[in-house]
Design a protein around this ligand. Sequence first.
Ligand SMILES: *Cc1c(COP(=O)(O)O)cnc(C)c1O
Length: 374
Amino acid sequence: MSEVSSDVTHPFLDDLPPMDAARFAAVEDRVARLLDTRQDVLITQGEALLPLEGAIRAAAGPGTVALNVITGPYGQTFGNWLRDCGATVHDLAVPFHSAVTAAQVRDAFAAHPEIDFVSLVHAEAATGNTNPVAEIGEAVREQGALFYLDAVASVGAEPVLPDAWGVDLCVIGGQKALGGPAGVSAISVSERAWARMAANPNAPRRSYLSLLDWKERWTDAGRTALPHAPAQLEMLALQACLERIEAQGLGTVTARHASAAAATRAGVLALGGGLEPFVHAAADAAPVATTLRVTSGPDASELVAAALAARPGLPLAAGGGALAREMIRVNHYGPDATPAVVLGALDALGTALAERGHVVDAEGARRAAGEAWN
Ligand SMILES: *Cc1c(COP(=O)(O)O)cnc(C)c1O
């Protein structure tokens, strides 16, 4: 039998700082500063689906009457979890090429005054839209409902302000505009949300999904001893990514995403060739990613495949599910929120269209994108 030699060291495995309680708490405090929140922040040891599901299962039960806003695939998922918890769910679905309005939310409250929970996705990377959370938050506050927000795709790309907007449960992840890891995520929890969970006999306890367990064993216990072994690598990566954003300035990072979205949109409008922005109004378009509609000619997945064959590594994808034929996603987030990526995407898509006999204005697209970036 071969023996594992004790002198086989590896810097990546052996030279890592420990993720002890103090360091873990400091990462939580950094997230709280990023969100400008005084609420409790928990770093959840899994991808963002963990706090997204954990928060719904903790806050919702058979007595809950939920307004579930659907502006993309995640809204569908939240509605399914809410129904699974026994909640009465009123879905408010808006076309994926638009955003929901505060007026639509108010209309839903008027039709169903018993609504006491609202679930909303801030920005949807999958559909490219972003919703006016500040205005919706005002309506939710008037209603007195608990406000649950998926800000995974918006954080770092545009302001996310749970306290100012009255968000009770705000979930973020590091893997999109923050340019960080996917394996850990975070949630801010208001006092009202904790109270709702504590009063819910169905809220998960002694469970991987349990936020209340972490409150009891970590937050309320003074954050001096971690209840479980932390995801050390992912936590260190999250710490590094938050440090980088603090050094660059959050405003600089969000401005870079806004520029990338504006440049992509302007570039596509100038390019022509049967491509157009998928989200009709620029104000409804998310800074995190720009979705495009293929109005004629080849389907979206064929165009993306051709563009990627010519320019491997560009953050291009066809839409998911039924959208694969008509939607192209330009995922210009994190390290990809740069002029080079936007111009590369326009170039590669323009070439793929031209090769298929479409008339495009590649030079005009470059010029329009450059002007819009500034
Ligand atoms: C990306 C994203 C998530 C995280 O899900 P993944 O499956 O890891 O991509 C959650 N919510 C929204 C709105 C997202 O865009």
